[in-house]
Design a protein around this ligand. Sequence first.
Ligand SMILES: *Cc1c(COP(=O)(O)O)cnc(C)c1O
Length: 366
Amino acid sequence: MKRVYNFSSGPAILPLEVLKQIQEELLDFNNSGMSILEISHRSKTYDAVIKETEKDLREIMNIDSNYKILFLQGGASRQFSDIPLNLAKNGIFAYITTGQFSEKAYKEAKKYGKAYEIASSKDKDYSYIPDCSNLDIPYNADYVYICDNNTIYGSKFHTLPNTKGKPLVADVSSCFLSEEIDIENYGLVYAGAQKNAGIAGLTVVIIREDLIQDILPISVATMSHYKIQVDNESLYNTPPTFSIYVFGKVLKWIKSVGGLKEIQKRNVEKAKLLYDYLDKSKLFIPLIRKDSRSMMNVTFKTTSDELDTLFCMEAKKEGLVDLKGHRSVGGIRASIYNAMPIEGVKKLVEFMKKFEDSVDEDKLIK
Ligand SMILES: *Cc1c(COP(=O)(O)O)cnc(C)c1O
């Protein structure tokens, strides 16, 4: 078996232990004589899986019962519309746009009410997180929206916005379970599982109870109504059974290594290795301002597009794959999610040094 170091932004690397466990029990789950892929979502066996997954998530993230947890389909993008539809009271929404995913969410919200862009980093190609300590927030805004970690650009909110009492809604798709957070700071957080927490098909929504509304100003599809999903414990219809099962395995893995405290420690260490090198390199240039950098998606470039391409090609030969930047940004992106071992990052940095040494002097930064 040959495994590479996979730097894909998502679907992305999973812990090897998790993959092995899935393989081991794929044909016979818990002595049922059936695969998890074949079991009814209404069965006792499956009920135990989904219940335990929720329990583990609550334990790992320290989530109290005043927050509800939903296991939904439709990807993170589905939430771009479901959030304004479900959270609307006055139909006034405040958006901070720091990249493509928050732009998309903002655009979607405009369809269902009055959405305001209260801050943005568009002016500098989304290379930083704006100061959000004293923003002009409409007094009747239903919520303030952010994309916490910008997967494409490689930036991250290190200080949450001052929402002046409004609920904070955060797309945490690419930083979900990467560090300790205080859920009480948020009204709603959601994540597509395929970045840092599992596989495609599952979106986890964590929502404070008081934001869930029975009657909505604009009626929505039944499947999109949080209240229906909460009342049915994510089993209104067939949930993404296998994706939830994999998510459960990832949660067990997080617990086994020491929880979010240990995960965060590892992530800090991995990101530091890479950024420290980037900051002193004469070939590689980090794309994000120092105070706004992501621990999960590290973006950079060399002094030319040709060298970027050559670098990714040569890296692939060394078993360092999927380093090409997002098609709209170019350059190079190393996604170093929870499951990326530090050895993978060390190997990447060593290869970068070797590559830098091989480049002609006149192509280096003076
Ligand atoms: C990938 C991603 C999305 C989109 O996720 P889908 O599940 O493909 O809809 C949204 N937000 C962030 C931050 C992402 O990284």
